[in-house]
Design a protein around this ligand. Structure first.
Ligand code: GAL
Length: 963
């Protein structure tokens, strides 16, 4: 089946794009889809988010990576110690001229833990993968025309702790794997031919969570160049409001000024409707003092706007601009939605004054194959899978998500509980919470701020005081959304945090809903977490020894409940706003209830690859109201079990269900959309079919057919086209089919892949017990399925993926890589070794002895100078020595190289290790260079410069050594 080409971000209900289990629309297809076979490919454009910040470019490419720490010996002498403490003088891998020539080239997002093998001695919560320490370096070049601009670096997520240096100076410490790191690079920047070197030490031994957190620069990185007066990062707050007079959008814009004088500017805000038509405009003049942030406030009127909702997530855009002398110098585009939200203590959640039950899932961020380095397109694909379940809400457990997740949530119509990681109101941690609110408060999808998950101090006076401070910080930044906390007990303790949150969040403890509500009738309640049921996808018998758990929705954690029981508790109670299932997807780590050799969880409605388990059919029946659905568990390929009673579970939201085996009716039952319907069916091969009726009419049907032995492989992409931008990614489903083209749900074959014009960035199969590598070109099918995640290259044309397995007819998939709109990308720069750390002698009237050096401990007479900084003119002629030490990089040490001074003012002699190698006989500014022979170890480079009276002299340009 082919679905018409559509823009996946055009605000179309995503469910419509995904043919799913037993949809009425596809039920008539000869071969029913899930779980019998893979989803049909969609011939659509890849999801692409609009440019929101034209001042920034992607810094995802051009990185070098070193796995493991690089330890430098501490300084031994007084002088080395003195120098080691100075700005710009970082040592080791943080030093500007560190030799990174044998480091690995990587592109972000990058999760080095996802490349690791599973090791029993490694941490179970982190998925038994060693994490450790790693280094990244990246060289940047800034044009001379960038001088005067505000230059900023942004890292969206680094797992877990990090120290960042720019040009040898520490510019940031990051203590959270989930907060962006924002760095004003301007004071450290070098322009023109000089390199700027970013060095990052990532410490992934630190753990913030009890789940797989990955390791490294696993989200995007950005570089921005802005005018001297510009909009601060996360500096736009749009806050659509409805009062008796109607809708309006108060807009607050934070402006900064790095210039030396107060600047008068105009701040402009435009409101664009979903079709892109401008419907309102406001301006305000504002004076911005140097190095101070000021906020410009504007209000955009909005008469009768189209509302944002789960079904029709209509987005408006606010364009904010700073104008100087009428010319726009900086701009942001912010997607907003007009919607009202309200939690009612008796009747639950209201969106636009309509009751909406939260049909939510908790998610972690990792996916099979890629770990936490999830490409944007795969984030989108995961959300589309959730939408297809009828899910309307997401809890970002237990930390702020990638920015793109919320961008997609806005566009797909999800309601989001945005959650803070660390429960702590002290300044460093409060800053993390405030950053999250500031970044995310424009999203219409976000409806709740959660300040913690399950904290042992939740029932203490200290806990109450902590939440009060955190809630106040949230409300200072956002007065429009309630604060919640995910409590697991302590609800009745004399001091407990439920008294100081706006909405009470229950993790589990479903039996307490009534009592709590009775005792606190004015307090709105939601389940913040429930279920924690276990299923192994495609398995229908529990085998404790093999760590396999049946998918009949009968197993759950002691603190949890089955999918059916947990939703029953929520759906029956109007005062419970909704639920958040633990979890939407399986995730690496937290192997529960089985540990090693199990490496992932079993909780997902969908497995690690996003393949649906039985829970998916159950949730669809519970959650989808728009059309009839029906699903059957198990599959119907049970050779050897002929005559044996097989439990059959049917999930449907229709009125009546009929089960048929090989055309013979096994009876009808009134459908129970929460608990499902059960039959016991003596197994006979053939076709088992569930037919769903409403008002006596067939509204949906689905079937499984007994498959024969597998004979061929099949590859089914999520999309038949990919953007040729080197960034687009998509999962391809791998399965085996029998001689009649039917999916074989029992196949567990080893499969190998070859690929042209794209890259395999990860593989998976949803088996929580598999130790196969998630990288490379091989993966076994697990209960019939595996997944290959492809990333496009930059060439347009054909992508091919071929799958082979012993004895099977191979499968070849052909995809089109199509032109994609250009992205603004910061070009990768091959680092050249610069010679830094020059000492300059005092001026002498006569030519000094080149052997002259600063005395030990002299940090005063000989000046510290950087190449590119001219020596000021003197009243008389004079000589100076410029001296530096350099250890040539490996290639130069092996083969020799050239020391090159791009621009020297004055007559000069170049000496290396006591030997004169070149002369510059003219005084006018010009280059000087000399070959140096091969050889390891440090060299002393010396330039003798003779300057005439009254003119600048010295190292006017870059100095480097090249191969
Ligand atoms: C909860 C916790 C989750 C996860 C889950 C497993 O208590 O909030 O992060 O650990 O249990 O059932």
């Amino acid at each position: 089946m082919r679905v018409a080409r559509r823009d996946l971000l055009a605000g179309v209900g995503a469910a419509a794009l995904v043919p799913a289990i037993g949809d009425a629309a596809v039920a008539a297809a000869p071969s029913p889809d899930w779980p019998q076979g893979p989803l049909a490919a969609i011939d659509g454009l890849p999801p692409r988010l609009p440019v929101t910040d034209p001042g920034r470019s992607s810094l995802d490419s051009g990185w070098l990576f070193h796995e493991g720490d690089i330890i430098v010996a501490p300084p031994a002498t007084h002088n080395d110690t003195y120098l080691s403490t100075k700005a710009g003088n970082a040592a080791g891998a943080a030093a500007v001229d560190h030799d990174d020539s044998d480091w690995q080239a990587v592109t972000l997002p990058h999760d080095w833990a996802s490349h690791q093998p599973f090791v029993e001695s490694a941490n179970p919560s982190q998925g038994y993968r060693p994490r450790g320490i790693g280094w990244y370096r990246r060289t940047l070049r800034l044009d001379a025309a960038d001088r005067g601009k505000r230059i900023a670096l942004q890292f969206d997520g680094i797992a877990t702790n990090a120290t960042i240096w720019v040009n040898g100076t520490v510019v940031a410490h990051s203590w959270s794997g989930y907060s962006s790191v924002l760095i004003d690079l301007t004071p450290f920047a070098r322009f023109g031919a000089q390199d700027n070197v970013i060095a990052i030490r990532v410490d992934a031994t630190a753990m913030e969570g009890w789940w797989y957190e990955g390791a490294g620069l696993y989200r995007h990185a950005w570089l921005s160049r802005r005018a001297g007066v510009s909009i601060a990062e996360d500096g736009v707050h749009c806050d659509p409001r409805k009062d008796d007079a109607g809708w309006s959008v108060p807009v607050a814009v934070t402006l900064t000024n790095i210039e030396r004088a107060t600047v008068g500017a105009t701040c402009e805000a435009l409101l664009l409707d979903p079709a892109g038509r401008m419907v309102a405009r406001a301006t305000v003049d504002i004076a911005v003092d140097p190095l101070i942030e000021v906020t410009a406030s504007l209000t955009l009127p909005a008469s009768n706007p189209q509302l944002w909702s789960v079904e029709q997530p209509r987005l408006y855009t606010v364009i904010t601009r700073v104008l100087r002398d009428g010319v726009a110098v900086d701009e942001r585009r912010t997607a907003i939605g007009f919607r009202t939200i309200r939690f009612d203590a008796a009747r639950g959640f209201f969106l636009n004054d309509q009751p909406v039950k939260l049909k939510g899932v908790c998610i972690h961020q990792d996916h099979a194959g890629v770990g936490v380095a999830v490409p944007d397109a795969l984030i989108h694909w995961r959300l589309v899978q959730l939408k297809a379940l009828g899910c309307n809400a997401i809890r970002c457990s237990h930390h702020a998500p990638a920015a793109e997740l919320l961008d997609y949530a806005d566009r797909l119509g999800f309601l989001v509980m945005d959650e803070n990681r660390v429960f702590n109101p002290s300044p460093d941690y409060l800053a993390q919470l405030e950053w999250m609110v500031r970044r995310d408060r424009n999203h219409p999808s976000v409806i709740l701020w959660s300040v913690f998950n399950e904290e042992p101090m939740q029932g203490t006076e200290a806990g109450v005081e902590m939440v009060r401070r955190m809630a106040a910080a949230v409300h200072r930044l956002d007065a429009s959304r309630p604060v919640t906390a995910a409590m697991n007990g302590s609800f009745y303790d004399p001091a407990n945090v439920s008294t100081v949150v706006d909405v009470m969040g229950f993790n589990y403890y479903q039996r307490d809903y009534d009592r709590f509500h009775r005792l606190n009738p004015a307090k709105p309640i939601t389940s913040s977490e429930d279920t924690s049921a276990f299923e192994t996808r495609g398995a229908f018998r529990t085998d404790p020894a093999a760590h396999v758990i049946t998918s009949y929705d009968t197993a759950a954690a002691d603190w949890g409940a089955t999918h059916r029981a947990s939703w029953a508790a929520i759906v029956q109670r109007p005062f419970v706003a909704g639920g958040f299932v633990w979890t939407g997807f399986d995730y690496h780590g937290e192997p529960t209830p089985h540990a090693w050799p199990t490496i992932s969880s079993f909780f997902g409605i969908l497995d690690l690859c996003g393949f649906p388990k039985t829970a998916a059919g159950i949730r669809r029946a519970q959650w989808i109201d728009t059309h009839a659905v029906v699903a059957i568990a198990p599959h119907w390929t049970w050779p050897g079990r002929e005559g044996e009673a097989v439990p059959v579970h049917v999930s449907s939201n229709a009125e009546t269900i009929e089960l048929r085996l090989n055309g013979r009716s096994l009876g009808r039952q009134a459908a129970d959309r929460v608990m499902g319907n059960d039959w016991s069916v003596p197994y006979a091969p053939g076709r088992i079919e569930a037919v769903a009726y409403r008002d006596g009419r067939v509204v949906a049907r689905t079937a499984h057919e007994t498959a024969g032995p597998p004979v061929a492989l099949r590859l089914t992409p999520a999309r038949t086209v990919m953007a040729a931008d080197g960034v687009d990614a998509q999962p391809v489903t791998v399965d085996a089919i029998d001689a009649r083209g039917r999916h074989v749900p029992t196949a567990n074959l080893p499969v190998r892949f070859t690929m042209t014009s794209a890259t395999i960035i990860g593989l998976g199969n949803g088996d929580p017990n598999s130790h196969e590598s998630e990288k490379g070109d091989a993966r076994s099918l697990f209960n019939g399925l595996a997944q290959v995640i492809l990333q496009s290259g930059t060439a347009r044309g054909r992508i091919t993926l071929t799958a082979t397995a012993p004895g099977m007819k191979p499968a070849t998939l052909r995809l089109d890589a199509i032109a994609a709109p250009a992205r603004t990308v910061e070009p990768a720069v091959a680092a050249k070794q610069a010679i830094e750390g020059w000492r300059r002698s005092p001026a002498t009237p006569n030519r000094p002895d080149p052997a002259t050096a600063p005395a030990a401990g002299d940090n005063n007479l000989w000046a510290f100078v950087r190449a590119g900084t001219p020596t000021p003119a003197e009243p008389t002629d004079g000589w100076r020595i410029y001296r530096a030490r350099i250890t040539p990089r490996r290639r130069i040490a092996a083969a020799g190289g050239t020391i090159r001074f791009a621009a020297v003012a004055g007559r000069a002699e170049l000496w290396v290790d006591g030997v004169k190698l070149a002369d510059k006989p003219t005084a006018s500014t010009g280059p000087i260079a000399a070959r140096i022979p091969a050889g390891t170890g440090a060299r002393t480079v010396l330039l003798l410069v003779e300057a005439a009276a009254g003119v600048e002299s010295g190292l006017v340009g870059r100095v480097g050594v090249e191969a």
